[in-house]
Design a protein around this ligand. Structure first.
Ligand code: ATP
Ligand code: MG
Length: 598
């Protein structure tokens, strides 16, 4: 595509001067360090589109790396809208997996290994072989520890020395943990399996050792862009270095105040040290927040301003917080509620959500975010009770859901039978899906049935919108086309838009935004989470809350409950982080309330 005035206006017109610098500095290292909602993701998306429109980039040779499949999906869609289709937007993992599958015959030979989806089974076996008794929580912690070791590029041999100061799962000694790690690795090798981290480790190994393969990959990708760079692990950084080779055409963007994956080995060090690693880097700071109202931005600023590097915290991890400046008109003040128990909190949140929907806020523009996935259930039940649609934790696994797999099989076989015969596809789809639990009206029933209905209903809406578009263009729309589109989307993990309130963990919400955000369960023990017992750990929890707050465009509602179960003892107290952000008078009221209940 030739660069012309209209492309320039379309792609660069909507950027402020600093974002424009990012989007037009097409070569050499670029580093954007900026706060939430300042347009980092927007700037890099437009940068790629501009690189392609001006003929500097080749779409197939550009690789955009993002943190989740969902973010990758969103970036592809935005690029398509900007007239830049064909760019690879992937997670580190999926990009590595693809290369590994492609180069396996040449680099290793023989049948490709199977993938371990969950470590739990193998770990339980490893523990049994060592005569250790384990429960689910321990196995999960051991898996976490092994993942940390692997992304930190520690082998069982080098692990023990590096892990001496770490607290071990179940209070194991380091030697035991080391033997568990070794035994797990042996089991995997015996069965010709590799796990999530191996995909990256092996790819790095191949690229570093095999010059021919490295050369092929270097010829394939010329431009790299990395979003959410503050959460890159040493292993991902090594992979990025291997992809780059001797070149430095890489643009990274991130916000050190949003580092929330340190527990998995991620570190903002790479972001903070990027300019010293690349002395010729163009460094850009963005401080205008386009996402949120001044009320939301002030709340976020206050939370960060109250940070104090505590004794025992790791030097260098306390990036000076950026003070954001909202570009939006004023909105409502953040509000908060204290509830006697979790059930009351979920019901209260559902009521407030209904009010917002009645006021015209679309359900898909509302999210309830919590610290642990276990908190989701109460909200699923309360929303189902209130007959409000919802979707769980993003949509990346949409095509893995059993009802969607069944639906795809049915649609595919019906499409084959019908050939290109013109039928009323939306009606056809409705009829077919009704055997799987679809009905014209949402069922008023338990949350699992409701969730199933929501996902089938998303397929129906997709059929409707494709039929609508075809009609506008005066084109036929066949079941075969619908089936092909679903296949394409399933392959790209491109879930259709679901109309429902999002229920998600704060971790999985990063990079996303909604008109209204409910942050629930803000009590000590949940936020900060009980196992965050070091200064660094508590600070990471604060950053996580910061990520949560900065997801809101306009409405921000904070809540917590004093007891887990109705009628239970009110043993909880509200999160210490709220001291910095709730007006003093109100916090006194809440505190007094807590005291009188005790
Ligand atoms: P996060 O740190 O949460 O990932 P971000 O820095 O990546 O945030 P974006 O998601 O790119 O921010 O942008 C936040 C919102 O502000 C988006 O809705 C985006 O479209 C909008 N936005 C960004 N820059 C501009 C601009 N120059 N003009 C208008 N809207 C903008
Ligand atoms: Mg972003």
């Amino acid at each position: 595509m030739a660069s012309d005035a209209s492309a320039e206006e379309r792609i660069l017109g909507g950027l402020d001067p600093e974002q424009r610098v990012v989007a037009t500095t097409l070569q050499g290292p670029v580093c954007v360090r900026a706060g939430a909602g300042t347009g980092k993701t927007r700037a890099i998306t437009h940068r790629i589109a501009w690189g392609i429109a001006s003929g500097v980039y080749t779409p197939q040779k550009t690789l955009a790396l993002t943190f989740t499949a969902r973010a990758a999906n969103e970036m592809r869609q935005r690029l398509r809208q900007l007239g830049a289709p064909g760019v690879q937007a992937r997670t580190f993992h999926s990009a590595a997996l693809r290369q590994l599958q492609y180069f396996w015959p040449q680099a290793v030979g023989g049948p490709p290994p199977g993938l371990v989806n969950h470590k739990a089974r193998l770990l339980t076996e490893a523990a049994q072989s060592m005569r250790l008794t384990t429960d689910r929580a321990t196995v999960r912690d051991v898996a976490g520890e092994i993942e940390w070791a692997k992304v930190s590029m520690l082998t069982p041999d080098t692990y023990a020395a590096a892990a001496e100061k770490r607290s071990m799962p179940m209070g194991y000694d380091v030697r035991t943990m080391q033997r568990l790690y070794q035994s797990y690795e042996d089991l995997k090798a015996d069965r010709h399996l590799i796990d999530f981290e191996d995909v990256l480790l092996i790819t790095v190994g191949i690229l570093e050792e095999d010059e021919r393969i490295a050369a092929a990959v270097h010829a394939q990708y010329r431009q790299f862009v990395v979003d959410e760079y503050q959460d890159v692990s040493p292993l991902q950084q090594r992979l990025l270095d291997a992809w780059l080779g001797q070149r430095d055409d890489v643009c990274v963007v991130g916000d050190a105040s949003q580092t929330i994956y340190s527990f998995t080995g991620a570190t903002s060090r790479h972001l903070l040290e990027f300019p010293s690693r690349h002395p010729n880097a163009r460094v850009v700071e963005l401080i205008r927040d386009y996402r949120s109202t001044p009320q939301v931005v002030n709340t976020a600023n206050q939370l960060l301003a109250a940070r104090r590097p505590a004794a025992g915290s790791t030097p260098g991890t306390w990036a000076t917080p950026l003070q954001l400046i909202s570009q939006r008109p004023a909105g409502p003040e953040p509000s908060w509620n204290e509830y006697p128990d979790d059930e009351a909190e979920a019901a209260g949140v559902a009521t407030r959500i209904q009010d917002l929907i009645d006021d015209g806020v679309p359900a898909r523009e509302i999210a309830v975010l919590f610290r642990t996935n276990g908190q989701s259930q109460a909200f699923e039940a309360a929303l189902a009770d209130a007959n409000i649609g919802f979707q769980l934790r993003g949509t990346e696994r949409f095509f893995n859901r059993p009802e969607i797999r069944q639906a795809l099989v049915q649609i595919r076989s019906a499409a084959k039978t019908l050939g290109d015969e013109p039928v009323r596809v939306p009606q056809q789809v409705r009829d077919m899906l009704s055997s799987l639990g679809y009905s014209a009206r949402a069922p008023r029933s338990d949350s699992a049935t409701r969730a199933r209905w929501e996902s089938l209903s998303a397929l129906v809406s997709l059929a409707d919108s494709m039929a609508h578009r075809a009609a506008e263009e005066d084109e036929e729309f066949t079941l075969q086309e619908f089936s092909d589109e679903l296949e394409r989307r399933a392959k790209a993990q491109e879930a259709p838009v679901m109309d429902g309130v999002t229920l998600a963990s704060m971790h999985s919400a990063k990079g996303l935004e909604w008109d209204a955000v409910f942050l629930a369960g803000l009590s000590e023990g949940l936020m900060p989470i009980s196992f965050a017992d070091t200064a660094d750990g508590v600070d990471e929890e604060r950053r996580l809350l910061y990520v949560g707050i900065t997801r809101a465009r306009e409405h921000l509602v904070l809540s917590w409950s004093l007891s887990r179960t109705p009628g239970g003892r009110p043993t909880r107290s509200r999160s210490r982080f709220l001291d910095a952000i709730l007006p003093a008078a109100a916090s006194n009221v809440a505190q007094r309330h807590v005291r009188t209940r005790r």
